[in-house]
Every structure is written in structure tokens, then in C-alpha cells.
Design a protein around this ligand. Sequence first.
Ligand code: AMP
Ligand code: ZN
Length: 526
Amino acid sequence: FQAEDGIRDVERSRGLGDVYKRQQTSRTACRAAHGGSNPPPSFMELKLFNTLTRKKEVFRPIYDKEVRMYACGPTVYDYAHIGNLRTYVCEDILRRVLEFNGFKVLHVMNITDVGHLTSQADEGEDKVEMSARKHGKSAWEIAEFFTKAFLEDIQTLNILKPHIMPRATQHIKEMIELIKKLEEKGYTYIIDDGVYFDTSKLKDYGKLTGMNFEQLNKYLKAGARVPFNPQKKHITDFALWKFSPKNVKRQMEWDSPWGVGFPGWHIECSAMSMKYLGETFDIHCGGVDHIPTHHTNEIAQSEAATGKKFVNYWFHCEFLIVEGRKMSKSLGNFYTLRDLLKKGYKWREIRYLLMSAHYRQQLNFTFQSLDAAKKSIERIRDFLRNLKEVSKEGVSDEFNKLLENARNSFIEAINDDLNMPEALASLFNFISQTNKLLKEGKVTREGARKAIDLMLEFDKVLGLKLEEFLEERELPEEVKELIEKREKARKEGNYELADKIREEIKEKYKILLEDTPEGVKWKFLE
Ligand code: AMP
Ligand code: ZN
């Protein structure tokens, strides 16, 4: 897996045409593999909650069936924690639901490798430079290392890779151009430490928060932990370009018409999103913490520069919390994906947990909930394996009806603002009802095949790689030998030894033996 190549590869393909073409090929291949799926009925149109209007709206992209979507990516100074990853999983569900609805998505996610300061108020240290000092590496090495780690993490969680992942440090030229435009239009002023955006110049500054300019100023002043730079005209004004400090040599800095320095974090996302998606695009995503500052400022500078609406739909994911508080690096209450994998949890269980709550609701992280996710995955796995075993001939109309209802309620749930708790509830309801029919011997081979297909169709949204549960698995040679030894023991009436062997196989190989009238059967527990 070549993370870096992936990024360079997409950056090389300048025009959107290439990206679409590539996507088209993979979609055709995918459709062929799954045998095609019918688009959802039109009465179940996709509805999304839009932070900008504070309403659930029917989603309509600018270009017919094509969707342009931007997600604020990671600041690459450390490993992502599972709170960050919750946001990326929810965005992945959004993309999958869009694709499920037949939209062709162009997904851009940036990499913030410069300019994100430790304080939101344009103060403090650059996170990447700070991490470089801590680890005794260069800022460039740190950014490289954690970009790669991030790409590995999203691949582990089966998050679809964004088509373009532009890095901030490779778009300084575009950022300077954008700031020049804002300067020409009279939106900027210069103070000791940088070039700032005058937020009072924009008539609807703050609209994403539902507050007007005065209310937002008041709100931010009340919440400010440190007094803001007295040279700033308003607390809401923000840095477009920061000058390198006089007494410290920065590792990442560039020449600009205003002096040597580096870009502000907000201008990065405006420059990169508009470069790849156009001046107005469909969806912009991120965590809810981005609403009052980062996204509000992205809107301000983009709309000031172009005079056009920046984004039609704003999608925000709520926090993952631990004991009532946001999981965050600064509170030290975080787990990385790697921490949880080391504890023996599987990627599927972690992905399942992160996507199982509604994205607009906080998700309280506990190990009990992770264990519950494990149980849910096991239930799905056993269900699929049982379906595979069905050999009864015939057709059942009753079962066909059940399949149709299950499909409809799943789609209804996902299209209702990605209601994953509902979607999963309908999936498990389907499993329970089918299990009952299986027990009664009322499911035929054809029905079972359709049920498997339906689960695989759901999995286009869930992203749990369910097809892996259906793969044929060979018993290891040692287990075959142990089973023979156990059979012999049983025949000789040595049940104590037989039980011991059964336990050994379960513990060591995670394979459960079952004695049935047709002989011994086994089930892989993982
Ligand atoms: P950062 O790397 O700090 O820029 O954060 C990356 C993404 O994770 C952003 O979209 C944040 O809004 C989001 N985020 C940060 N903390 C949490 C959390 N505890 N739960 C969910 N999302 C979070
Ligand atoms: Zn951003």
C-alpha cells in the first residue's frame, strides 16, 4: 500500500475529467461484481440535514447526478484518535449513501500539513512544527509520517479513499492568489503578526451558526480563554496569512507579497476546495467544532472573493465523547485505532461502533459498547454462514415479501438523513424474522441466495466487507487431525478427552465444533 503514491497520483490528474473517468470504470466494475442494484424508489428521495438552513432538505446536486463533496481532512501532527475517525466514518457513510442512490461522487479531502495553530484564536504554535520539535524530526518528516499513518487508518476501517487528497503545503500559490483577491476587494488589513480578514465587511458573516455578526462576536468573547490580539478589530477577524515570528526560525515558510510567513488554516480549505470542486459546490463536511470558526470563516473568505454562494449543503458530525467530554488530544482521554487493535478488537467492530449512532448525535465511547458491536458483527456473520448452508428446493412468496420489506425499510432509514440506528434496527429485524423461518425450514435455497444478496447490497452502505464471511475456509491440517482424534475418543466413550480436544480447538484456533445427526460440523469464530 503506497500512501504517498496515492496522493501524488491524484494530484497529477489535474482536470476533473480524469477523476470521473477512473471512478466510472470502478463503478462499472463494481456493478458487474454485484450484479447491479435497483435505484431506490423515487418516494424515498435522499434527505439531508443542512447546518446552513437548520432543516432536513431533499438533496439536489448542482449537476444532475454528480456530487462534489469536500471534507476537512486531518492535521497531520499525530495519529488520528477514534473521535476524529468517527467523523471520517460518518462522511464515508454519506458518500456510500450518495453512491447507493446512483450519484457519482467526487470526494476531496485535504491534508492540513501547515498553519493549524494550537489555539483557535490565531495564536499559539503550529501543530506540525510543535510535533517536529517534540519528536526531534523535521516538520516535513512529521507531516509525511502522519499522512501515511492516516491513510493506513482509513484503509483499515474500509473508508473509501477520497479521489483527491491535496496537501496544504502544495497549494500555497493558490492561497496567496485568493488573499490577493480579498485584498483587492478591501476585505483585509495588516497588523504586526499577519494579514487579517475584516469580518464586519461581510453582511451575513456568521450565517452558518444561526447568529449574526454582533451575536457571534458576543458569543466568542464570552467563551474566549485568552484575551484576543488587541490589534484585531473584532474577535471574529481571522488570519489569512501569518508572518514568521522574528525570533524563531520556522521550518515551513514561504515568500508572499506581504512578507515571509505561512497561510492561515481556514484559507487552505477555501483555496483547495474551490480549486478542485469549483466556486460553488454541493457538500462540505466536518466535525461540529468547525461550525463557529473554521467553516464560518471558509464561507466568509470564499463568498467575499467570488461573490457567489460557496456551498449548498453543510454536513456536520457530532462528537465522540468519553465520560461526558469530547474525546480530544488536549484532554488526553483518547484512543487511537491502533490502541484498540492492540487490545484485540477488530476493525469491523470499531467501524460498526463508530457508524451505529446517528451522526448528529453524540456517541458515548465505552468498552461495553465495543463488546456489543462485536456481538452484532458475530450475529451478522453467523446469519450469512447459515444462509449459505440452506439446500431446500422451491420458491417462497412469503419470504420474497419479507425481503422486499426489509430492503424498503433499510433504504427509507438511510435516505432519511442517514438514520443508521434505524437502518441497523431494520437489518436485525430482518435477521430475526429470517432466522425464525430458517428454524421452521421455510427458507429455500433460492430465498437464502436472495437474502445473501440483500445483505451484500446493504453492505455497500455499511462497508463491513461482508463478502469475506462467505468465503470458503479450509480447516487447518492440525485441526483436521484433532477432529479425527476426537472422533476416535468419542467412539471409545472417552468423552472427557473429546471435550478437552473440543475446548482446545475453540481456544487455540477459534473454531467451534458442533455434533449434529449428520456428523461433526464446525464454525469459525472469527
Ligand atoms: P483535526 O485533525 O483536529 O483537524 O480533526 C479532524 C476532524 O475530526 C475534524 O473534522 C474534527 O471536527 C473532528 N473531531 C475532532 N474531535 C472529535 C471528536 N471527539 N469526535 C468526533 N469528531 C472529532
Ligand atoms: Zn477545513
